[in-house]
Design a protein around this ligand. Structure first.
Ligand SMILES: [Zn+2]
Ligand SMILES: [Zn+2]
Ligand SMILES: [Zn+2]
Length: 271
């Protein structure tokens, strides 16, 4: 599988939309990997993970043809992960020559938001499918399993196990430390080839539905100890907040020795 991580910031972006803190100003000065947009990814050019407010611009800049998307899986409906308005632009007048439908997979709240947008736009060719925790489904060539996250008590939030041709990716944010049911599910499966984790809080001990460097180190250690990962497994940290204050080079210095790659917008991984 080819994973393209399109956005690597927390909800506010980094530099944040309205922020003038030192960390945002420094990111503006440095540019490059320190410019982080809202979270999202695409696997093999056809399976999109989340659809945040920066998706269209990310696609232009990173060479992603959104018309090729066949499936969209939604983790949860925080505005940085699901901004469904552009789904309406698959409708007549706006989009020509689409070769296939798009199927959107998610929880009740995501599907309700998508349904409203599609109804207002009278848009056809988008199928909505509800997911349930720990019930795998086939999305084209992919086998996708929604696992429970610990993130927003107002909705069921998911992380996803994504498999294709024996390769296994865990898309693991937004979440605090995994619920035990999720650990148990992963523990009963073969080892993962890549794990993408929530590093929102960086060096802070604050949690609030996310993790930071300390938790990531613990999660990796547990996965290795319990056979969910091997020495070959790649661990990737993403979803960074300016409040953590560590710029890309600082994050690499802290996370590299702990066995993590630090994601940046446009990062491609062959899994
Ligand atoms: Zn988020
Ligand atoms: Zn800031
Ligand atoms: Zn969130």
């Amino acid at each position: 599988m080819e994973l393209l991580i399109m956005g690597t910031a927390a909800a506010e972006g980094w530099p944040a939309v309205w922020c003038r803190c030192d960390h945002c100003q420094e990111a503006r000065r440095r540019g490059g990997k320190d410019i982080r947009t809202r979270a999202g990814a695409v696997v093999d050019g056809v399976l999109k993970i989340d659809f945040g407010p920066d998706t269209y611009m990310q696609a232009l800049q990173q060479g992603v043809d959104l018309s090729r998307l066949e499936h969209l899986i939604v983790t949860h409906t925080h505005q940085d992960h699901f901004a469904p308005d552009d789904l309406a632009l698959r409708g007549a007048v706006y989009a020509h020559g689409l070769a296939h439908d798009l199927t959107v997979w998610g929880g009740d709240r995501a599907l309700a938001m998508a349904r409203r947008v599609l109804a207002e736009g009278r848009t056809t060719g988008v199928n909505l499918r509800r997911v349930r925790p720990f019930e795998p489904f086939a999305a084209g060539e992919f086998r996708v399993t929604p696992l429970l996250a610990d993130h927003n008590p107002l909705e069921t939030c998911y992380i996803y196990l994504i498999e294709r041709e024996g390769r296994r990716l865990l898309w693991g944010h937004d979440t605090d430390l995994f619920p035990e049911e999720t650990w148990a599910y992963l523990g009963a499966q073969p080892p993962l080839h890549a794990v993408v984790l929530d590093a929102t809080n960086g060096p802070l001990t604050f949690r609030g539905g996310h993790m930071g460097i300390g938790e990531l180190v613990d999660v990796r250690r547990r996965m290795l100890a319990e056979g969910m990962a091997t020495a070959e497994t790649r661990f990737v940290a993403t979803h960074f907040s300016h409040n953590g204050g560590l710029l890309h080079a600082d994050l690499e210095a802290r996370l590299g020795p702990e066995g993590f790659l630090v994601a940046y917008d446009g990062m491609r991984l062959c899994i």
